[in-house]
Design a protein around this ligand. Structure first.
Ligand code: 6PG
Length: 276
């Protein structure tokens, strides 16, 4: 059983009207991951019926990776034309290729390698953020990723009018930390003010200290932003974000999609009292 709060519109901190916000609460983390996976596959299928390619931004974190594993196990995987899908990342830990703590490595193991090997996802459509295997610093990695995003930004009318040189992300997935961070945008950190579409991150309060992240401008350019969060340790910041708390204290409050922002929660993260 899942519960939804009524849809509402919200206004982002930068002042532009954001899309509809919807909060969906699932009983526990496992059901949340299964439901988010079903929703993601359905969304990709729906988008594919009207345009191609489809751009999806992946996240790390336990719920994010559990969602990808649930996608991999779904009988709907072959329904998607994976040759028309591009996969991006919202942030990455600045660690060597193949490091088990890289968001990329975890996503590859949970889903992406299988899509490439068995379901026709072109390896060239997988766009991990660079790490120390290929660049010297997080800033270099961020610059290289910004250029890649720019190369894939062209063609769509909204992008030629728009100010953000990134693809029109159809779904941008984000986990949220107990401190309210999304991607590698941490509360009280100078990275919150980063300009452009990507940024290097130093002195992250969550290890490892060096990272690469999308900026708020890049995140807010997405058609849909989906924030997945589970566990009672998230409840306070979920509530603060849904109350449109200050982005400097609750970065997740600034993660809004142009058309829609989905909060996909388990009951604990939603602050529900456990059933007796
Ligand atoms: C990272 C992760 C991080 C994660 C959240 C939620 O790079 O460290 O991407 O942003 O998504 O911390 O993680 P959990 O779902 O494991 O709480």
């Amino acid at each position: 059983m899942s519960a939804s709060t009524p849809a509402s519109t919200s206004v982002s901190t930068s002042g532009q009207t954001a899309g509809v916000r919807l909060v969906v609460v699932h009983p526990d983390k496992e059901v949340l991951a299964q439901a988010a996976a079903a929703r993601l596959l359905t969304r990709v299928l729906d988008v594919q019926s009207v345009r191609s390619p489809v751009h999806v931004v992946l996240t790390g974190g336990s719920v994010g990776i559990a969602t990808l594993a649930a996608v991999a196990a779904s009988p709907l995987v072959p329904a998607v034309d994976w040759s028309g899908v591009h996969l991006w990342w919202g942030d990455e830990r600045f660690l060597p290729d193949g490091d088990p703590d890289r968001n990329e490595t975890q996503a590859r193991q949970a889903l992406v390698d299988d899509l490439v090997a068995e379901h026709g996802l072109p390896a060239a459509n997988v766009h991990p953020m660079p790490g120390p295997t290929s660049v010297a610093t997080p800033e270099e990695g961020a610059a290289a990723y910004a250029e890649l995003l720019r190369e894939h930004a062209g063609g769509l009318p909204e992008q030629s009018e728009g100010t953000v040189p990134v693809p029109a992300f159809d779904v941008l997935l984000l986990g949220m930390g107990p401190d309210g961070h999304v991607a590698s945008l941490f509360p009280g950190h100078e990275v919150l003010a980063a300009q452009g579409t990507t940024t290097g991150v130093h002195a992250s309060p969550k290890p490892p200290p060096e990272r690469v992240s999308l900026t708020f401008d890049a995140i807010r350019s997405a058609r849909e932003v989906w924030i997945v969060a589970a566990g009672s340790e998230k409840a306070e910041q979920v509530a603060a974000a849904l109350a449109d708390g200050p982005v400097t204290e609750v970065p997740a409050a600034g993660a809004v999609g142009r058309a829609r922002t989905l909060w996909l929660l388990d009951a604990e993260a939603a602050g529900a009292t456990p059933a007796k």
